[in-house]
Ligand binder design. Structure first.
Ligand code: F6P
Length: 358
């Protein structure tokens, strides 16, 4: 058997551990393993695949990023191309991709990626390429999987950053707003905010009202607690107001930058307190994976190879109740795993008095 592995979408700590584990598990079965570079990018180049050997994956478990490179744009079904007038369009080059797999006798693909990558994986299986998906994203929002590869490290990074910001907030008696990643789901904001004792946590799943946040800050003030920590997911929404997507405001407040900057300005106006904001951004995607992420990634990688060995294609490997399972890729495509509003973590936040913006 000859298999290929690729990593797509935003990078996440643990990708290399998954690549190593899949490679070693496959080599142990006597299979040949190849890497596709930069998402699906190298498929369209003179060197579509690079051999992944025992040596090539040696010592990479602890490395952040991905040795294969990744790409946000590079979906074989929507490849960017430059038109004659210089503008850019998208074209379907999936037939070409399938031909490359066939001409290099690649029997199956392990696609490590987020929701977009799983959608592509599902479409490729429909074109006859056997694929098994491995869920990665620091956002932890892939449907059907309780925890994705990269989430734990990102939450730890965010928590440590909020801890540091807290001491300066206290010294200056300021409101500090920390914007974390999470376009559609508030997993990072909720978990890091709760762990770092934030006063306010705003997630896309709960529309926020500025009044309730300002009220929380002023209540603290009355008790002599003169600083406040607000953790906000980049995709948080204001009730009846602007919708923040990818850290940018869509609508009237477009000129303001992201939701963090918006809150900094508005909360300062409403409370009369000094406030500052910080966007943690891609810092959350970098660095050495945590122990938990290394283990999840190693387990996911090996499980993907077991799935291929069983000829159980068109599946995504998932973690459910700390067990590895397989679910159909078709179930995953076009869905997002949001934070459950009746879940225990939200309940805990409410019970200890965290303001969730409503
Ligand atoms: O990996 C997912 C994510 O971290 C989102 O939360 C964020 O909006 C996005 O990636 C940003 O990625 P990039 O700047 O690489 O497009």
């Amino acid at each position: 058997m000859r298999i290929a592995i690729n990593t797509g979408g935003g990078d996440a700590p643990g990708l290399n551990a998954a690549i190593r584990s899949a490679t070693l598990s496959a080599i142990r079965r006597g299979w040949e393993v190849f890497g596709i570079r930069n998402g699906y990018g190298s498929l369209y180049s003179d060197e579509p695949f690079i051999p992944l050997t025992r040596q090539r994956v040696h010592g990479i478990t602890l490395q952040g990023g991905t040795i294969l490179g990744t790409a946000n744009r590079g979906n074989p079904f929507e490849m960017p191309y430059q038109k004659k007038d210089g503008s850019w369009g998208l074209e379907d080059r999936s037939d070409e991709a399938v031909e490359v797999f066939e001409s290099h006798n690649i029997d199956a693909l392990v696609a490590i990626g987020g929701d977009g990558s799983m959608r592509i994986a599902h479409k490729l299986t429909q074109k006859g390429v056997p694929v098994v998906g491995v869920p990665k994203t620091i956002d932890n929002d892939i449907w059907g999987c309780e925890v994705t590869l990269g989430f734990d490290t990102a939450v730890t990074t965010a928590t440590e950053a909020i801890d540091k910001i807290t001491t300066t907030a206290e010294s200056h008696r300021r409101i500090m707003v920390i914007e974390v990643m999470g376009r559609y789901a508030g997993w990072i904001a909720l978990h890091s905010g709760l762990s770092a004792s934030a006063d306010v946590i705003l997630i896309p799943e709960i529309e926020f009202s500025l009044d309730s946040i300002a009220q929380k800050i002023m209540e603290k003030e009355k008790k002599g607690e003169t600083y406040s920590i607000v953790v906000v997911a980049e995709g948080a929404k204001e009730v009846g107001g602007d919708h923040f997507v990818k850290g940018k405001v869509i609508g009237q407040a477009e000129q303001l930058g992201g939701v963090g900057e918006y809150l900094e300005k508005k909360l300062s106006e409403m409370t009369g307190k000094e406030s500052r904001s910080l966007v943690l951004g891609h810092l959350q995607r970098g660095g050495t994976p945590s122990t938990s992420d290394r283990l999840i990634s190693l387990r996911f990688g090996a499980a993907a190879i077991r799935s291929l060995a069983d000829k159980d294609f068109n599946k995504m490997i998932v973690m459910q109740q700390n067990e590895i399972r397989r679910i159909p890729l078709s179930e995953v495509a076009d869905k997002i795993k949001l934070v459950p509003l009746d879940g225990d973590t939200i309940l805990t936040a409410r019970e200890i008095g965290v303001c969730l913006g409503n």
